[in-house]
Design a protein around this ligand. Structure first.
Ligand code: COA
Length: 334
């Protein structure tokens, strides 16, 4: 019997309207447009208005992906996020309810910037096992909510946004079918990307107010090196699974963390830099939303067209990483 593959049949994305340029950041922090562009490739990022939360981003992107999938009935919702609306419960059930999807299973996946690929793997597993015929996978993050207002190295990089795909059961040889998602982790390096306080190890309580660190922290240089190695390794595995070589890849959609990381990855793999999808210049690093937002941008610009061979890869806190291939299907992105 042919195994049930997970096939992309819808794509949606959403960015909060408010864009903050490097020059605007430089008015409140000791930084400059030149430093940020040269070291990261980022020119602006979108920031969610006060009073809104990650679920608001996820609902917008999810609704667009469902529209793109001709409002197919979905059997499950997987939300990849590191910035849930609350520590508890998960944000996905609220998103499913607001999208009017009924009592479907809905849960969050926490793999920080690799979250979307972990979400794809989870959804593909549901489909392969026969637990679902179609799944809405959303990557949504509002990092503006967890950044230290005084930390120029993280505020320069991160922005808010959401992207989503709908996966349905299909054949492994049809356009849109995901190859095996190759994932990895290394928890011995979890300190490199962390929100130190506010979890069970160091709860924030009124009695200890002012003592914990509730903000996102990152050891930028160590992460940089690890990112290139882990994305290259998982990409090679994903290409091997698909029976492709680097020359077969029409578009590399890598996690949009730093243009220098993407170029180092392309160089390492022997891939022409021109084949890297670049979206971070306008949105920065949007964590779990990064890969689907870059896909949507590439479709909108005509860079990504039906039949193109796509390699997606990401890395992030955990540490976590992953990669996966697909041949792009004929879907309209919203
Ligand atoms: N503006 C101006 N100077 C800045 C700055 C900013 N926005 N951010 C950092 N700096 C300063 C640092 O404070 C440091 O100053 P010092 O030498 O006086 O201490 C100097 O720039 C060099 O810092 P360094 O960390 O060595 O710079 P870098 O070239 O490695 O770039 C990152 C920093 C964060 C852009 C880079 O390391 C990076 O992108 N790392 C990967 C991070 C990432 O992708 N994270 C996502 C995880 S999913």
């Amino acid at each position: 019997m042919t195994p049930r593959a997970a096939v992309v049949c819808g794509l949606g994305s959403w960015l909060p309207p408010r864009a903050v340029t490097n020059d605007e950041l430089a008015r409140e922090l000791d930084t400059s447009d030149d430093w940020i562009r040269t070291r990261t490739g980022i020119g602006a990022r979108h920031i969610l208005d006060d009073g809104l939360a990650t679920s608001d981003l996820a609902v917008e992107a999810g609704a667009r992906a469902l529209k793109s999938a001709s409002d197919i009935a979905v059997d499950a919702v997987v939300l990849a996020t590191a910035t849930p609306d609350h520590p508890l419960p998960a944000t996905a059930p609220r998103v499913a309810a607001r999208l009017g999807l009924g009592p479907v299973p809905a849960f969050d996946v926490a793999a920080v910037c690799t979250g979307f690929l972990y979400g794809l793997a989870t959804a593909a597993g549901f489909i392969a096992a026969g637990s679902a015929d179609s799944v809405l996978v959303i990557g949504a993050d509002a990092f503006s909510r967890i950044l230290d207002p005084a930390d120029r190295s993280t505020r320069a990089i991160f922005g808010d946004g959401a992207g989503a795909v709908v996966l349905r059961a299909g054949r492994p040889d049809e356009p849109g079918a995901l190859g095996p998602v190759r994932l990895g982790s290394d928890g011995s390096a979890d300190h490199l990307i962390q929100v130190p306080s506010g979890g069970s190890r160091d709860p924030l309580r009124p009695a200890t107010a002012g003592q914990g660190d509730p903000y996102f922290r990152m050891a930028g240089q160590a992460v940089f090196r690890h990112a290139v190695e882990s994305m290259a390794e998982s990409s090679e595995q994903a290409l091997h699974d698909a029976g492709w070589t680097v020359k077969d890849v029409d578009l590399l959609v890598a996690h949009q963390a730093n243009v220098r990381i993407m170029h180092a990855l392309a160089d390492w793999m022997g891939l022409d830099r021109e084949r890297c999808a670049i979206h971070l210049d306008r949105v920065g690093n949007t964590s779990a939303a990064s890969v689907p937002l870059a896909l949507a941008d590439a479709v909108a610009s005509g860079t990504l067209r039906p039949g193109h061979r796509v390699l997606m890869t990401a890395f992030g806190g955990g540490l976590t990483w992953g990669a996966c291939t697909l041949r792009w299907p004929a879907v309209e992105a919203y």
